[in-house]
Write a protein that binds this ligand. Structure first.
Ligand code: NAI
Length: 286
C-alpha cells in the first residue's frame, strides 16, 4: 500500500511544505495537510477555486490530491492550553479541534495511521529585532512555535506512526553561523530544533523504529521568508557565493525530503541534511 504523510505548515503554494507535499505525492504518498488556523479559510478557498491548480501538476501530468486539510495551531497542545481571547477570536471560533493533540486524534479517527510526518512551520514575532533587543516573550514565542511545536507534533503523532516511518523538519544555518537579520530568537529556535533532532532520533528510533531528520534549506522566497525582510539579499548572496551558482528551487528541497522519507534512507536518522547549493561549506564568499 502507498504511504500516508501528514505535512504541518502549508498555507499556500510557495513554501517548502507545498513542495515537499508534491514530491511525496509524486512518489505515491497520500497527502494530509495541517494548516495554521488563521490561514485556513483562504487556503481552502484558493484550493477549491483552482488557484493552485497550475502548481498542483505532478511530473506525470496528474494533479496532486490533498486528501484532507486539518486546521492546526501548533503552539497549543490541548484545549486546556488555549487562552480565552484566542478561543473567542472569530477565525479560531470558526474551526474546531485544532490543538496538536486533537489533530492527531482526528487523523487517527479518519485514517488510523501515518508513515511520514513533516514539520514545515516556524514563527517568531520579533524576528526582525536583533537578539540583543529581543524580549523574553518574543524569544519564548519563537521557541514555542518553531521548536517545541515539533516535539509536540512528534509526541502526539508517534503513537499512530507505522514502524519504519520517518519524520522531517526544516531548519536554517542561522542556528550555527551568524546570519545578521535572522533575529528574535529564531536562530536559537533553529539550534534547539537541530539538537532535538538528535535526541528525538534516539527516542523515536528505539521506541518506535521511526527516523528523525532535519533539512537545512537554503533561502526561498516563501511567505514566511518575505516577512523577515532580507530574503532577496540572501538569495542573491547564495547565487553569488555558493559552489552551485543557481537559485535554489523549493522542488529540490521537496525531493530531498522524499528521499529522507523513503526506504532509500533507511539507515539515516538524527542528521542535518544541507540542501542549499553547498553554501554551508564555504568559509568566505568569493
Ligand atoms: P511558509 O510561510 O510557506 O511556511 C510556514 C508555515 O508555518 C505557514 O504556512 C504558516 O501558516 C505556518 N505557521 C506559523 N505558525 C504556525 C502555528 N502556530 N501553527 C501551525 N502553523 C503555523 O514558509 P517556509 O519558508 O516554506 O517555511 C517552512 C519551514 O522552512 C520553516 O521551518 C522555515 O523556518 C524553514 N526554512 C525556510 C527557509 C526560507 O528561506 N524560506 C530557509 C530555511 C528553512
Amino acid at each position: 500500500r502507498g504511504k500516508r504523510a501528514f505535512i504541518a505548515g502549508i498555507a499556500d503554494d510557495n513554501g517548502y511544505g507545498w513542495a515537499i507535499a508534491k514530491s511525496l505525492a509524486a512518489a505515491g504518498a497520500e497527502i494530509l495537510v495541517g494548516t495554521w488556523v488563521p490561514a485556513l479559510n483562504i487556503f481552502e478557498t484558493s484550493l477549491r477555486r483552482g488557484k493552485f491548480d497550475e502548481s498542483r501538476v505532478l511530473p506525470d501530468g496528474s494533479l496532486m490530491e490533498i486528501t484532507k486539510v486539518y486546521p492546526l495551531d501548533a503552539v497549543y497542545d490541548c484545549p486546556e492550553d488555549v487562552p480565552e481571547d484566542v478561543k473567542a477570536n472569530k477565525r479560531y471560533a470558526g474551526s474546531s479541534k485544532w490543538t496538536v493533540k486533537e489533530v492527531a486524534e482526528s487523523v487517527k479517527e479518519d485514517f488510523g495511521t501515518i508513515d511520514i510526518l513533516v514539520h514545515s512551520l516556524a514563527n517568531g514575532p520579533e524576528v526582525s529585532k536583533p537578539l540583543l533587543e529581543t524580549s523574553r516573550y518574543g524569544y519564548l514565542a519563537a521557541i514555542s512555535a518553531s521548536s517545541y511545536s515539533y516535539v509536540s507534533l512528534l509526541q502526539h503523532f508517534i503513537p499512530i506512526m507505522n514502524p519504519g516511518g520517518a519524520s522531517i523538519s526544516l531548519t536554517y544555518i542561522a542556528s550555527e553561523r551568524i546570519i545578521p537579520g535572522y533575529g528574535g530568537g529564531m536562530s536559537s529556535a533553529k539550534a534547539a530544533l537541530e539538537s532535538d533532532t538528535k535526541v528525538l532520533a534516539f527516542e523515536a528510533g528505539r521506541k518506535h523504529r521511526v527516523r528523525v531528520n532535519t533539512i537545512s534549506a537554503g533561502p526561498l522566497r516563501s511567505r514566511a521568508a518575505k516577512a523577515i525582510g532580507f530574503i532577496d539579499m540572501m538569495i542573491d548572496y547564495s547565487s553569488e557565493n555558493a559552489p552551485l551558482m543557481k537559485e535554489l528551487s523549493a522542488e529540490e528541497v521537496g525531493n530531498a525530503a522524499a528521499f529522507l522519507a523513503s526506504p532509500l534512507a533507511s539507515a539515516i536518522t538524527g542528521t542535518v541534511l544541507y540542501v542549499d547549493n553547498g553554501l554551508n561549506a564555504m568559509g568566505v564568499g568569493v
